[in-house]
Unconditional design. Structure first.
Length: 418
């Protein structure tokens, strides 16, 4: 990979794109949406190669699900892209403005970040999401997907770039995909050390990938989370509601970062709740239970005694740990010491407890009586997302268009000197 050549081209593209108005950018994105629809056959064929390779390499079914594209999923990708198109362009938005005593007019306005790079695993839909958000917000982007999704990402990128090249005002140079060589991560090291060439890097994937980026990057990083998400069932919870939410948050799509990995249960209702939960899961989820929960659960092949490594683990599969606590305060303390600051939820009918949970739990998204599966750019009305930021600086939670901008001050004077 010739990173200097790539980033030089991306920088020029970002400077051109930053000057374009919403109408021109939306026209280009509409052309991309149409091209994705017209080329779905070739995209699905490329994805089929990745799926077959993954299955031959022993990839689990839950991880294969993250990699899989279908007609309906392509429909969803296009719908997300159209949602991004419909949103207000943040570039040039005046965040604040005032006049100083000496007559200077100061305005704080939104501007693009510049050149972004995202390093991500599987999930070829991220290719379109990341591109559309960066393009709409006036940024150029360097994509570094995983080897497991390379055929899918390559075909999607080809379709996007060809569409941009055909539309007036389109800038195909604003998107580049790294040619991935399996088991060779030297390109990642180059990206992480591209000071002055790449403005920000985002990791999106598992714990190992994220830690590598955060610990080794010399360029600014926005940490997007692995998701060790918890569901706390309070002793004043509607147990039927709790079971329904637990089922959705764990089983609907266990391979994603907003699925729960641990159910925390108040001991006062454990005897009532655990049998109902076990019946609801119906042997679809392996339960790693602490000692108190293990004594209550009916023993079968899906129940085992948890080890210390289970608490704080991201399974990304049909597995979940069970932790029992005596009080709300104990639940909050446990969650804050084992989570990844992603998404947490409490099930309770007590308003005061709900507000205390939301105030004290340290996470980007904290729910009351709802599934953590809603932590998503589309569900939040952003159309798409570049990732879920689990840090506190610059951006936090689902990252939409505005999260890909920064601000600068524009100052107009009439000859003032200091």
């Amino acid at each position: 990979m010739n990173l200097d050549l790539l980033t030089s081209s991306l920088r020029k593209a970002s400077q051109t794109l930053a000057l374009q108005n919403a109408q021109i950018k939306n026209k280009a994105l509409l052309a991309v949406a149409e091209a994705l629809n017209n080329n779905r056959t070739s995209i699905l064929e490329a994805n089929k190669k990745d799926i077959e390779k993954g299955r031959n390499n022993g990839m689990s079914e839950s991880l294969l699900d993250r990699l899989l594209l279908t007609d309906s999923r392509i429909d969803g990708i296009i719908e997300s892209l159209r949602n991004v198109i419909s949103q207000t362009d943040p570039v040039g938005e005046e965040v604040a403005g005032w006049k100083t005593p000496n007559g200077l007019n100061i305005r704080q306005v939104r501007v693009p970040l510049g050149v972004i790079s995202i390093i991500y695993e599987s999930r070829p839909n991220v290719t379109v999401d990341a591109f559309s958000l960066s393009y709409k917000s006036g940024n150029a982007i360097l994509l570094r997907g995983s080897a497991s999704a390379y055929n899918s990402n390559k075909e999607i990128t080809r379709v996007i770039k060809e569409a941009l090249a055909k539309v007036e005002g389109g800038i195909p140079e604003a998107l580049e995909l790294v040619d991935v060589v399996e088991k060779d991560h030297s390109d990642v090291d180059q990206i992480l050390n591209a000071v002055g060439k790449i403005d920000v890097v985002l990791p999106r994937g598992g714990k190992k990938l994220i830690q590598n980026v955060v610990q080794n990057a010399r360029v600014p990083v926005i940490e997007t989370g692995s998701g060790v998400c918890h569901l706390y069932v309070d002793n004043e919870a509607d147990l039927s509601l709790a079971c329904r939410i637990a089922e959705n948050a764990k089983i609907q799509r266990p391979s994603v970062c907003n699925a729960i990995e641990c159910i925390v249960i108040n001991k006062d209702i454990a005897d009532k709740f655990l049998p109902v939960l076990q019946k609801t899961f119906n042997k679809r989820v392996k339960l790693h239970a602490d000692e108190a929960a293990y004594k209550i659960l009916q023993k079968d092949e899906t129940v085992c005694l948890a080890t210390p490594e289970d608490f704080g683990n991201e399974y990304l599969d049909y597995e979940c740990c069970i932790k029992t606590v005596s009080t709300l305060e104990e639940a909050i303390e446990y969650i804050n010491s084992h989570n990844t600051k992603h998404s947490e939820s409490i099930i309770t009918n007590n308003y005061s407890k709900a507000k205390l949970f939301q105030s004290k739990v340290d996470a980007s998204c904290v729910y009351v009586n709802a599934s953590t599966r809603f932590t998503d750019g589309g569900e939040f009305g952003f159309g798409a997302e570049l990732g879920i930021s689990t840090q506190k600086l610059h951006a936090r939670g689902p990252m939409g268009i505005k999260a890909l901008t920064t601000t600068k001050y524009l100052i107009d004077g009439e000859g003032q000197i200091r």
